[in-house]
Design a protein. Sequence first.
Lengths: 491, 101
Amino acid sequence: MSFDPAQLAQIAPLLVVLAGGVFLLMLEAFSGSRNRSYLMPLTVIICAIAIGLELASWSDAAHGSRVIFDGMLTADRLSIFMDCVFLTAAALSAMLSAGFMREHRFEHGELYPLILFATGGMMMLGAATSLVTIFLGIETMSIAVYVLTGSWRRAPKSSEAAMKYYLNGAFSTAILLYGIALVYGASGATGLAELGQRASVLGTQPIFILGMLLILVGLGFKIAAVPFHMWAPDAYEGAPSPVSAFMATGVKAAAFTTILRLFGTAFARPELATGVVGWANILAVIAVATMTFGNLAALRQDNVKRMLAYSSIAHAGYLLIGVVAMGVVGVEARGPVLYYLVAYTFTTVGAFGVVAWLGNRGDERLQIDDWAGLASRHPAAALAMTIFMLSLGGVPPTAGFFAKFYLFRIALESAAPWMLILVVIAVLNSVVSVAYYLRVVTAMYFREVGREPQPIRARGMSLALVICAVATLAIGILPGWLSDLAALATR
Amino acid sequence: MMIPIQDFLLLGALRFGLGVIGVILRRNVLIVLMSIELMLNAANLTLVAFGRARHDPHAHAFAFLVMAVAAAEAAVGLAIVVGIFRNRRSVNLDELTLMKH
């Protein structure tokens, strides 16, 4: 075992992001001027450089998976693909943050370094091929996001959200770590590939199974799956809207990447997946509970931001179907999950972005009545929100439609009757979900203006919303290339 | 005399259980934070016990890493508690009800 500095080149994007975070932190601390407007473009540039480095290594990654630091990390196409998703979410959230913070007068320059540190954690998580790096990645990501959630210090809601998110997050981390300790104790290995090999000898040893289930619970908290979701509505509602966008997309996507890797590699054996206490069986039940609860709770919300929070719980339920499918039909089920995550990221950042854009100082305008008649005043924003709502509901020709289509198709490939039931429940759920998404659309188009909207005017914000809307439409109208790319990434 | 590994594992499991009970039952944020530390400690103890039984130094290194991370996490947690206290002069979890629907 030795340290090979040459391998640092293979994690260059991660290093760029982390070093960029430190650089911005120092710049913010030591620059004399009160003006902080240069931080946002710099953040976006750092993300763009990292994406460029990722894309440059895409063709190299085809020649077998690259093992880094004795199997701690990898730089395969799955990690490259997901890193680009995290970095995009980070850049878009940063673009939303600038205008939002200026309007609500909490221009803390630390927000951008924290976004970059959290993104670094996500990238570590996306590349992690060992329980050690999974733990480290989750913590690097989570600790930064706890602070981001509470960054709007004067708003009591924000610090309350941070407290709830922190307590649940730290609790789940402890459970995850105990699970890791048990899995290590039973198998003597922490590398995922090694664990996968030893699992055949271990079979269904109780400590190993218990450890696996505890890890499942820990990750269940991170993706806000029912019954581990109770923090999510409050955390998403209380956090500043651009941070909610980042939490709902980046954090969730990173946790799902880990789940795909962990359960697709270390615990992939059929007796672990579909045995008596197999994770696929458990996740199938959790998936049904998550999407049904998320949708039913979202139906009765009058607060648009809280509705989006519950809807993001419901989407974790749909995504879990893909994970269950992976347990039954194998790793090719990862492709549709990746496609879904991309579609979901652009759509959700956009939706939270419009929420952030609509509010003005001292008045966040989160109630659905505040959205009445928006189309007559700001037709472009209303159109963008309509695109996002249709996409979240899974209506063609938006990204959300094909995301669900591919996901349900791979689930049906297994031909197991209970998978069919799962898909039927999911389809029913998406039909129900259209009802509350359309409520926002009807409020915007078919109701009279109540209070005159005074949205935030910020170029970065508008640009981010345009990018999200165009991407949501483009992925929906031309779904083939992204689906091919996602399939390549999982091979 | 070697203490058998089962004793360590049992102690770890007991402490983990106590931590979980503390998180679920106690309403003072600081006590809840301590309970979470108890859970992390239990996990660490289990990790080190397994590492010793297997003569594997990696587990010990991992335990140190966990300690460093847990310290960072606790620092952020206490900062959030201070933020909450500044806003409302209380650290009782049952009073965090701004967003109940």
